[in-house]
Design a protein around this ligand. Structure first.
Ligand code: SF4
Ligand code: SF4
Ligand code: SF4
Length: 244
């Protein structure tokens, strides 16, 4: 049965345990940054940061409110990045049948730089990043090695608040719906994001634009020209270039 995460952002304290644990498990180097007026560090996902706890701060009804979003690859059911990458190099990206994880293979190194850019552009959540040293495309691998060894993903294991949950997809969707009913009592604008399309299912307590521009695939609400529909319409581009 495919696996999924349920990420209840209403419980997230932004401790960043998940972010550090992900780096530690994957033996990823730190990123040199400087203080730029936010606790979000580094400022964005990068080739050695697969998980990033995003911070946004708002003044609402005279009070300061913080919103936290532990961002990562959503492991899409029909992944646009897979379609685009494999249009150039067959087998560059695979979907693990057992878990549903979208995995970037070593064949990604055969993608040219501009093709890698297209892969990133195809992602509705702006996730994959190219390692400029190795040429490899990098992102969360759903801790596939841990799952294959019967262990839960590292960020889930580390989270102390119950924000990160992992299990069979049906169970995670049921947990999301049940939790939403509770959270809505305090936060009426709460919603579940893109559950039909992804295996990393987020609950947000306010509208997506309060978090950041790529919370949902349909980001037209925050003024970006691209929606998931537009991205998917663009997916045939590499195949046309190769075959047509
Ligand atoms: Fe690919 Fe982006 Fe979907 Fe992850 S979120 S599977 S990188 S399209
Ligand atoms: Fe990192 Fe694994 Fe969590 Fe993905 S599932 S964000 S690789 S710890
Ligand atoms: Fe939020 Fe849990 Fe990550 Fe801490 S470990 S930042 S509570 S998701």
């Amino acid at each position: 049965m495919p696996k999924a995460f349920f990420v209840d952002t209403s419980r997230c304290t932004a401790c960043r345990g998940c972010q550090i644990a992900c780096k530690e498990w994957h033996d990823l180097p730190t990123t040199a940054t400087k203080q730029n007026g936010t606790h979000q560090n580094p400022p964005d996902l990068n080739a050695s940061t697969y998980k990033l706890v995003r911070f946004s701060e708002h003044r609402i009804d005279g009070k300061v409110e913080w919103y936290f979003f532990p961002d990562q690859c959503r492991h899409c059911l029909d992944a646009p990045c897979l379609e685009v990458a494999n249009g150039y190099v067959e087998g560059a990206v695979i979907q693990d049948k057992k878990t549903g994880a979208i995995i970037y293979t070593d064949r990604c190194k055969q993608l040219k730089e501009d093709e890698c850019e297209e892969v990133t552009e195809a992602c509705p959540y702006n996730v994959p990043r190219r390692n400029t040293g190795t040429g490899m495309m990098m992102k969360c691998d759903m801790c596939i090695d841990r799952q294959q060894a019967g262990l839960i993903p590292m960020c889930v294991k580390t989270c102390p608040t119950g924000t990160m949950n992992y299990g069979d997809r049906a169970d995670m969707l049921a947990m999301a719906e049940k939790t939403l009913v509770k959270v809505k009592k305090e936060y009426p604008r709460a919603s579940i994001v893109d559950a039909k399309d992804v295996n990393i299912v987020y609950l947000i307590q306010d509208t997506p634009e309060r978090y950041y521009e790529f919370v949902t695939a349909d980001n037209s609400a925050v003024g970006l020209p691209m929606s998931r529909k537009n991205f998917l319409a663009g997916m045939t581009k590499p195949a046309k270039r190769i075959f047509g």
